[in-house]
Design a protein around this ligand. Structure first.
Ligand SMILES: Cc1cc2nc3c(=O)[nH]c(=O)nc-3n(C[C@H](O)[C@H](O)[C@H](O)COP(=O)(O)O)c2cc1C
Length: 172
């Protein structure tokens, strides 16, 4: 088993694509570091088996959690996540959904922090154009923002920088 569990949910494949890009980048450093799982076929026990977690979530239906995460999160609620380090990356569309950009990142962050997890992987909001986001706290998002609809060109560099950041924060 790897040291980091990467769990993603994806309805049309964008988050899945980005999750595998991320896994590949970690594999270049150490192929045994990251295990990748679709949250739609995962159990809370699998998630709780890791002390270092990366969660990938797109926002759907105007400000809502992606379906598989919506089903999964109530199962995780109330479980002890103290001591676990969690970093979140979110997919969204700032042009199409500028009043709810990356909202699901904020909702997922609130849920894991309520269960005692430490949140890492915060990301600056400059270089995005949006009106409102539940993922925003001052000049940061509560995780990495990826926009495959409007800023796909920026994704490889964002991934590279964020992976460097969380590798440091996780001490791996
Ligand atoms: C009907 C619909 C609603 C959406 N709602 C939001 C939203 O509220 N906020 C946001 O940032 N992106 C929103 N998006 C954009 C998706 O999050 C984006 O396309 C994402 O890349 C999809 O990821 P997936 O392919 O992994 O499911 C929406 C897209 C659609 C089609």
């Amino acid at each position: 088993m790897g040291k980091i569990g990467l769990f993603y949910g994806s309805s049309t494949g964008n988050t899945e694509f980005v999750a595998y890009q991320m896994k590949e980048e970690f594999d270049r450093r150490d192929p045994s570091l990251v295990d990748i799982h679709n949250i739609g076929s995962s159990t809370p026990e699998q998630v709780l088996g890791y002390n270092y977690l990366i969660f990938g979530i797109p926002t759907w239906n105007t400000g809502q959690l992606q379906d598989d995460w919506e089903i999964f999160l109530p199962k995780l609620a109330g479980r002890d996540m103290k001591g676990k380090r969690v970093a979140i990356f979110g997919l969204g569309d700032q042009n199409g959904y500028g009043f709810n950009f990356l909202d699901a990142v904020g909702m997922l962050a609130d849920a894991v922090m309520a269960d005692g997890a430490q949140l890492w992987g915060l990301w600056k909001t400059s270089n995005y154009e949006f009106e409102e986001s539940r993922a925003q706290v001052e000049d940061h998002f509560l995780g990495l923002g990826i926009d495959q609809d409007g800023q796909a060109d920026a994704t490889p560099a964002r991934l590279q920088e964020w992976i460097n950041q969380i590798a440091g924060e996780f001490g791996v």
